[in-house]
Design a protein around this ligand. Sequence first.
Ligand code: PLP
Length: 237
Amino acid sequence: MLKENYSSVLEKVAAAAVRSGRDPKDVTLIAVGKMHEPKELQEVYDAGCRDFGENKVQELTGKIEVLPKDINWHLIGHLQRNKVKYIAGKTTLIHSVDSLRLAEEIEVQTNKLENGSLVSDILLEVNASGEISKFGIRPEESIQLCREISALRHVRVRGLMTVAPYVDDPEKNRSIFRKIRTISLDIRNANIDNVSMDILSMGMSGDYEVAIEEGATMVRVGTSIFGARDYSSQSSG
Ligand SMILES: *Cc1c(COP(=O)(O)O)cnc(C)c1O
């Protein structure tokens, strides 16, 4: 079942990439397995998926321990500074950086590893929809934050991420995705040292096809692959 779900989403991702004039290989489908068991993630892995996203540090580190070593792990949820030490060096990409202080902590913790030879790739989380999310920087702050983070030697900004509102009609989010893409182009044109803008992480189960049409290079899909999440047993921590 999960295999079929994954294949079906992968096909839609590829079709949307082609519609936007791109190679399907240029769009990464990240399977968001939060609140699902490792054995479910393993099923999707067996179907060929190598990119998985989690939104909580503890769940991420637990799954890293028990799942195959060649998985690219993406931290997509809010990250507290005191938890950076648990994930430094373990993720392919941290999608949710929204302050200089957080980036500085990632710098410090990354520098402690492998004799200081590692660099952590990050995205800036931009809140393009106003009040909907409490996380993310305002669009007009993003270029300045890129400039500040560019001074850090063990952190590299690779692009932008956004969480669009939950909507019944994905077309309602098209302008948000377009706006994020415009911001990323503006930043790219500013040619900031140590900052590249090759990744746009946007689009979830309800709107990933529209996001790809507007330039997403990574989509984060949970429900359409794993089914609905059961929040009833969740602890408050
Ligand atoms: C849960 C989550 C997703 C996936 O959401 P679905 O609607 O289940 O596809 C994507 N991005 C973030 C940041 C999430 O927390």
